[in-house]
Design a protein around this ligand. Structure first.
Ligand SMILES: [Zn+2]
Length: 232
């Protein structure tokens, strides 16, 4: 039997599908040299399928944030096509002086994809799915330059990637990440000892295309409720 990285359920080996973390659409227009040692995790059919409707959301967000980066031309083209294909596309655009100023994204869909990537990275590192009594929450998300530095997000960011300890799936231009546990000690310090069950929380930091950053945290409910209160 196999365990699914996402739902954590067992399924028979012959039904295995493989999920790339991050989604393959983030590599559109990039050569094979960008697809080195990508993270791949085992997924059940249902989980693999359930993201196919929203998988384009992170790609589209990155595509429209493209700031004259030639490597991203193909990706931006696909993003714009994908956004225009949706029924409500005109409602998502904000105009100023006749120019498109910004595009709305479904926060819920982006959030689901960040959580999916968190679970994928978790599986790849700890060789098992996230325990079922853990809940997942996004701490900070948005433009890498600004929002990661906000409040509690910065504390977590610095803990996970102190000295720029990033790992890479594919290429650093596509997806940089790290994930750590935060475990209490006898002193005032917390440490990353990999003991998920006895951790305060598990934190993941993801940087997509050196542009979009998200900080994702998983823990048992009580700790997460305290964080949610601080976010307000
Ligand atoms: Zn599953």
């Amino acid at each position: 039997m196999q365990l699914c990285y996402n739902c954590g359920n067992e399924f028979p080996e012959e039904n295995i599908t493989r999920e790339h973390i991050p989604a393959q659409n983030l590599f559109v227009g990039y050569g094979n040299e960008y697809k080195v040692n990508r993270l791949v995790v085992p997924a059940c059919f249902d989980c693999n399928n359930q993201y196919s409707q929203i998988d384009q959301e992170i790609r589209d967000a990155i595509g429209v944030m493209n700031n004259h980066n030639d490597d991203q031309i193909e990706l931006t083209r696909k993003s714009i096509k994908s956004i225009m294909r949706q029924k409500n596309w005109a409602d998502r655009l904000h105009f100023s002086d006749g120019k498109v100023l910004s595009v709305n994204f479904s926060y819920d869909d982006l959030k689901k994809l960040h959580i999916k990537n968190f679970k994928g990275v978790f599986y790849a590192k700890y060789k098992r799915p996230l325990p079922k009594d853990f809940e997942v929450e996004i701490i900070a998300e948005g433009d890498e330059e600004n929002e990661k530095l906000m409040g509690i997000g910065k504390l977590f960011y610095d803990y996970v990637v102190q000295n720029d300890e990033f790992l890479i799936s594919g290429h650093e231009d596509i997806f940089m990440y790290n994930i750590k546990t935060m475990n209490p000690t006898d002193s005032e310090y917390v440490i990353d000892n990999g003991d998920v069950e006895n951790s305060l929380c598990v934190i993941g930091v993801f940087v997509y295309h050196k542009n979009l950053c998200s900080i994702v945290i998983a823990s048992k409910k009580e700790f997460l409720d305290r964080i949610r209160q601080k976010k307000r």
